[in-house]
Each structure stands twice: as structure tokens, then as C-alpha cells.
Design a binder for this molecule. Structure first.
Ligand SMILES: NC(=O)c1ccc[n+]([C@@H]2O[C@H](COP(=O)([O-])OP(=O)(O)OC[C@H]3O[C@@H](n4cnc5c(N)ncnc54)[C@H](OP(=O)(O)O)[C@@H]3O)[C@@H](O)[C@H]2O)c1
Length: 340
């Protein structure tokens, strides 16, 4: 399969997506017969679009040097998605623009447009899946297209693919996990170094783990978005953000962490969904665990997901880098698994 790719978003993940292709493409070509070219790249101000493909070396060099997209020859200020689609015949849209949890736009409309035109999609942007998950799956199915959600639902941590393939045939009764590396890093620091929430957040920002505006992570929305996508995919629920209660870290003080520590417990931010069917219950909440629970042992930016299933019992998946490269890998993982 030759993937003719259009990329929306050239930030941390978009750049990592390009860099990873450069690094891995020979191996992927040999092992998965991957053959890819890039035909448009857009950011918030415009983009580049080339019917015959954008020069990969130029893209890689800008991605590696953290340079500006408008330095690439052919850059057009104000180039729109519709222009880019028209000018380049692509068969895959990779959507990694910022997640909008208010209405999923403009990514939602762009993904619908792409799917309706027979173009597959792999997205790190969670917004569209929060509002029209079922609709998007239906359109993709109807046209026999890839709709890659792995990056949006845990990135390098395998969540959807593990559930879909390794748990095929089992009934998943509950899913729970530590799904946000930034929050887990902050809680770990607050406990281990007895720092305040603000100090721990500062450290996360200084290390480049948390974004300048970290509210989406620390208010629990990122965890909520992931649990919704995972639950809708694997438990056949139809959850949206308004269906779940979301707790974040904003109000957590050192005294709570200290009290838990004295009782040999740890506080973790957990996303969960259970009882698929009419009584489905899902949410994001701070919970205390003692050392008999595996979630107690997940530290720093690590993530973990636990599946409670029938008939084979509990499964635990942990790992994968919490980083833009980990996120970019998750996009490629979905693409490599789908030969078109
Ligand atoms: N970072 C991670 O590890 C990670 C992991 C999993 C999923 N994700 C998701 O992946 C997405 C990208 O994350 P990121 O960290 O790469 O974000 P980022 O560094 O902020 O980059 C966002 C990119 O999208 C562009 N953009 C903004 N609005 C746009 C619009 N209307 N049309 C086209 N492009 C637009 C920005 O353009 P300008 O440069 O012009 O502002 C920028 O190039 C987010 O939805 C995030 O939730 C991220």
C-alpha cells in the first residue's frame, strides 16, 4: 500500500511523526512493505501542498531543528485544508492539531470530509472522537477505511489494539488506569520530594513534559477523553464528555498526599469505565491505593491500564514512552497494521 499522507499540525507530535518516518522507514518498508510520501502539511497559519510530494529531507531538517514550516519552499500563508485536499491526491490524513474539548472543531469537520472522500485517518487529536465517535466509525467502516485512534487513546501505551486483538471474544466488564503521564509525574514528585503542587507542575514544565498551558492534563480532561474513546471502542458504549464526572489535580494539597503516605498509601488519578450496557459508569477521580494494588507502583510519567474481563480475568498493560515520539509511534503503529 502506498500511503499519500496529508499532515495537519506541525507541533511536537507532527514533527516527531516526520522524524520517526525518517528514522524507521527502511525497517518498516522491509517488514511491513510501508511506502509513504507527504503531500501537504498544515499549521494554524497556512501550509505547503505538493501533488508530487514534499521533499522529505526539507521536512525532516525543519522538524529536527525545530525550525519554521514557512521556511520550506512552496509555503503558502493562509492555505486551507480544502485547498490542500484539492491540490494533492492523498489517501491518508494524519490529524495532530490541538484537541478542542468544546466541540471537536475544526478537526471534526475535516475528518468527516476526508472519510467521505475515501481518505483514511489516523488522529492524535481527541476532540472529534469525543463528539461523534460512532458516526466516524460508521463512515470509516462504510468506505472500508482506517480510522486510527491509538494515538488519541494512550499513545505509546497499547490500549485499543490490546483490547481489540488480545482480548477478542472476551467480555470487558471494567477498565481502569493511570492514563496521563503529567498528572502521575506531579503526584509522584509531591509524594517523593514533599513538594507543593505548583512546584511539581513547574518541574514538569521545565522538563518539557507538561505544556505551557497544562490545564487540559491537570484538570483531568485528557484522562477523560482517553477513557471515553477506549470505552466506546472496546465496551461499545456511547459516552461523551457530558456523561462523566471529571476530577483533576488542581485542589490537591500536600496534606492529602502526606496523610496517604503515612498510611502507606498513594493517591493516583484514575480513569475508569464499568458495567457496559444501560448502567455504564465512567469517570476520572483521585483514588487511594495501598501496595497490594498494581496501580500503587506506577510512578513518574509511566501509565498503566487494567482490563477486567470474563472469562479470563484481569489483564494489566504498562509502558510506552510518554513523549511526542511515543505519540508519533502510535500513529505509525495504526498505519502499519492497516495495509489499506
Ligand atoms: N504531545 C503528546 O505527547 C501527545 C500525545 C497524544 C496525543 N496528543 C495530541 O496530539 C495533538 C498535537 O499535540 P502537540 O503536542 O503536537 O501540539 P502542539 O505542539 O501544540 O502542535 C499543534 C500544531 O497544530 C497546529 N494548529 C493549531 N491550530 C490549527 C488549525 N486550526 N489548523 C491546522 N493546524 C493547526 C499548530 O500550528 P502553529 O504552529 O501555527 O500554532 C501546531 O503546529 C493534540 O491534539 C494532542 O492532544 C499529543
Amino acid at each position: 500500500m502506498r500511503w499519500r499522507i496529508g499532515l495537519i499540525g506541525f507541533g511536537n507530535v507532527g514533527r516527531a511523526f516526520i522524524k520517526l518516518y525518517k528514522e524507521m522507514h527502511s525497517y518498516w518498508a522491509e517488514k511491513y512493505e510501508l511506502n509513504a510520501s507527504f503531500h501537504y502539511v498544515l499549521n494554524s497559519k497556512g501550509g505547503i501542498s505538493k501533488k508530487d510530494g514534499i521533499d522529505l529531507n526539507a521536512l525532516v531538517s525543519i522538524a529536527e531543528s525545530n525550525g519554521r514550516l514557512d521556511a520550506i519552499p512552496g509555503w503558502k500563508e493562509g492555505l486551507t485544508f480544502n485547498d490542500a485536499l484539492e491540490q494533492s491526491s492523498t489517501n491518508l490524513l494524519v490529524e495532530v492539531s490541538p484537541t478542542n474539548i468544546m466541540d471537536g472543531e475544526p478537526a471534526l469537520s475535516r475528518i468527516i470530509t476526508a472519510l467521505a472522500q475515501g481518505i483514511s485517518v489516523a488522529a492524535g487529536n481527541k476532540g472529534p472522537f469525543l463528539f461523534q465517535y460512532k458516526n466516524l466509525v460508521e463512515i470509516a467502516k462504510k468506505h472500508n477505511l482506517l480510522l486510527g485512534t491509538g494515538c488519541a487513546s494512550g499513545a505509546a501505551l497499547p490500549t485499543i489494539n490490546f483490547g481489540k486483538y488480545s482480548l477478542a471474544g472476551s467480555k470487558i466488564t471494567r477498565i481502569e488506569g493511570i492514563l496521563n503521564g503529567v498528572c502521575n509525574f506531579i503526584l509522584t514528585r509531591m509524594e517523593g520530594q514533599s513538594t507543593s503542587f505548583d512546584q511539581a507542575l513547574h518541574e514538569a514544565q521545565a522538563r518539557g513534559i507538561a505544556e505551557t498551558d497544562p490545564s487540559y492534563d491537570i484538570e483531568g480532561w485528557d484522562t477523560a477523553a482517553k477513557i471515553i474513546i477506549i470505552s466506546n471502542t472496546l465496551m461499545d458504549t456511547d459516552l461523551t464528555l457530558k456523561d462523566i464526572a471529571v476530577e483533576g489535580l488542581r485542589n490537591i494539597g500536600p496534606e492529602l498526599i502526606f496523610k496517604a503516605k503515612q498510611e502507606q498509601k498513594r493517591i493516583k488519578l484514575i480513569g475508569f469505565a464499568e458495567n457496559p450496557g444501560e448502567n455504564v459508569k465512567a469517570g476520572v477521580a483521585l483514588q487511594e491505593f495501598d501496595s497490594s494494588n498494581v496501580l500503587y507502583h506506577v510512578m513518574g510519567t509511566r501509565k498503566m491500564i487494567i482490563y477486567h474481563t470474563e472469562p479470563a480475568g484481569q489483564y494489566i498493560v504498562e509502558g510506552g514512552a510518554s513523549s511526542p515520539i511515543g505519540a508519533a509511534y502510535a500513529l505509525w503503529r495504526d498505519i502499519l497494521l492497516n495495509k489499506g
